[in-house]
Design a protein around this ligand. Structure first.
Ligand SMILES: [Mn+2]
Length: 445
């Protein structure tokens, strides 16, 4: 299992403080447990920002950073050691070990928050925190009121709060070499799970059984589980973009669309593949599939520093519309069909999203009204698709109920890009070969 060293997290905290004015007070809360039913909880998943800055996987903690603070610059408030509670819910790190293992200047118990925060506020020049976090904001107001009451004379409280999420989003958008290693592992495990699903798929299986095959592979390979709800849609279920019920029997002659990715050390893989249940594509399936594949490969070939995700989307749309006209599914002039957004009947989603600790990762898509330019270290998906509704009017019914998406994860490099998910086939020959039992050798694009 690969782990990031504690120095990485210390450095990130330092870097974040260095990007802000002296005495700026930063607050980053951890996630909390969410009730599933009565006294059971959903599996805990740490808040991505908190994880990015601490590598600490317990609930109910608060990270506090303040450059030049008299109390210490890197502070953690976390659950106390508690022998009885630990017997029930697992070992807690506690304060002493938090300083040693996580590299904090000081760690306090949760009970000390209300005593320490008002003191820090009096010292602070301004405040940075996730401003959409209502629970944190109301606690912040209480600390302010306490500060005013306790330090009536000296109190000159900060009068500006800025959204920390955006600042962190920009940091998280550019992946460091050690993050890229983890993302490659998430992509590799995800790819192997897709290969497994293609190899075991048979008519008569349930969609949830294919889901179980994928998620078994994730866990067996050391991923914490799926990075998002796995989508296994056979036949016309593939036309439902976020189909997660996965409840139907997989029928001979249909395609199966699987959109699933593993989460490894907090980082998401995100792959979609579409393949024939019986191992061989029909003529219509092949024609539509090759069109989506062409758009996928075109967008990948255009990816390099300086281009924008909007340009990649426009290129994909142009490619798909041209092909749809050739197949007779759209009628008219390509530029006009694009302008009128006629293609949205068949292609209604975007081509890309950032990928990282969140599957739809943070980072601005536009800056000052302009689509931002790609830079080395950015990771995102390329996922064109075509979905012909089962009841689509005005076209040959042979096309109806076919849904296809082909999604890869790409890393922008100095000269172009690297496809992180090439270990799972996507050409017709590659997929049919793997399903026949041939060994698949990954290709570059
Ligand atoms: Mn995606």
């Amino acid at each position: 299992m690969k782990h990031l060293p504690v120095e990485t997290f210390i450095k990130r905290r330092q870097q974040l403080m260095d990007s802000l004015p002296d005495k700026a007070l930063l607050l980053v809360p951890s996630a909390t447990l969410v009730t599933r039913s009565r006294d059971t909880e959903h599996p805990f998943r740490q808040d991505s920002d908190f994880w990015y800055l601490t590598g600490f996987n317990e609930p109910d903690a608060l990270l506090v950073l303040m450059k030049g603070s008299t109390l210490g610059e890197q502070l953690l408030f976390n659950q106390p050691k508690d022998k009885i509670m630990e017997t029930w819910t697992g070992v807690r790190l506690g304060q002493e070990a938090a300083v040693i293992q996580l590299g904090f200047d000081k760690a306090f118990t949760l009970a000390e928050i209300d005593a320490q925060l008002p003191k820090l506020l009096v010292e602070a020049s301004e405040v940075w925190m996730p401003i959409e976090d209502e629970a944190l904001y109301s606690r912040y107001l209480a600390w302010r009121q306490q500060a005013r009451a306790r330090f009536r004379k000296q109190a000159s409280l900060p009068n500006r709060i800025t959204d920390l999420s955006q600042q962190l989003g920009e940091m998280r958008l550019i992946k460091t070499p050690e993050e890229i290693e983890l993302m490659k592992e998430a992509a590799r495990i995800s790819a192997e799970a897709h290969n497994r699903a293609m190899q075991v798929c048979r008519p008569g299986m349930y969609e949830y059984q294919l889901q179980a095959e994928l998620e078994h592979e994730f866990k067996m390979q050391g991923a914490s589980g799926p990075a998002y709800g796995s989508i296994v849609g056979s036949g016309e279920n593939a036309c439902v973009l976020h189909y997660v019920e996965n409840k139907d029997v997989i029928q001979k002659g249909d395609l199966v669309l699987i959109d699933a990715g593993a989460e490894y050390q907090g980082y998401a893989g995100d792959i979609t593949r579409t393949f024939p249940v019986s191992g061989v594509f029909s003529l219509q399936q092949k024609q539509l599939y090759n069109l989506v594949l062409k758009a996928n490969q075109l967008a990948i070939s255009l990816t390099k520093p300086g281009v924008t995700l909007e340009e990649l989307h426009q290129a994909s749309v142009h490619c798909l519309v041209t092909g749809l006209v050739e197949l007779g599914l759209l009628k008219g002039e390509v530029p006009h069909l694009i302008e009128a957004e006629a293609y949205k009947t068949f292609y209604m989603h975007g081509t890309s999203h950032w990928l990282g600790l969140d599957v739809h990762d943070v980072g601005l898509y536009r800056q000052e009204g302009q689509a931002r330019l790609l830079e080395p270290g950015m990771v995102f998906t390329i996922e064109p698709g075509l979905y012909i509704a089962p009841d689509q009017q005005g076209i040959d019914p042979l096309w109806c109920g076919i849904g296809i998406r082909i999604e890869d994860d790409v890393l922008v490099t100095e000269t172009g890009c690297e496809v992180l998910t090439s270990a799972v086939p996507k050409t017709i020959e590659g997929i049919e070969g793997l399903m026949k039992g041939e060994v698949y050798a990954a290709t570059r694009i």
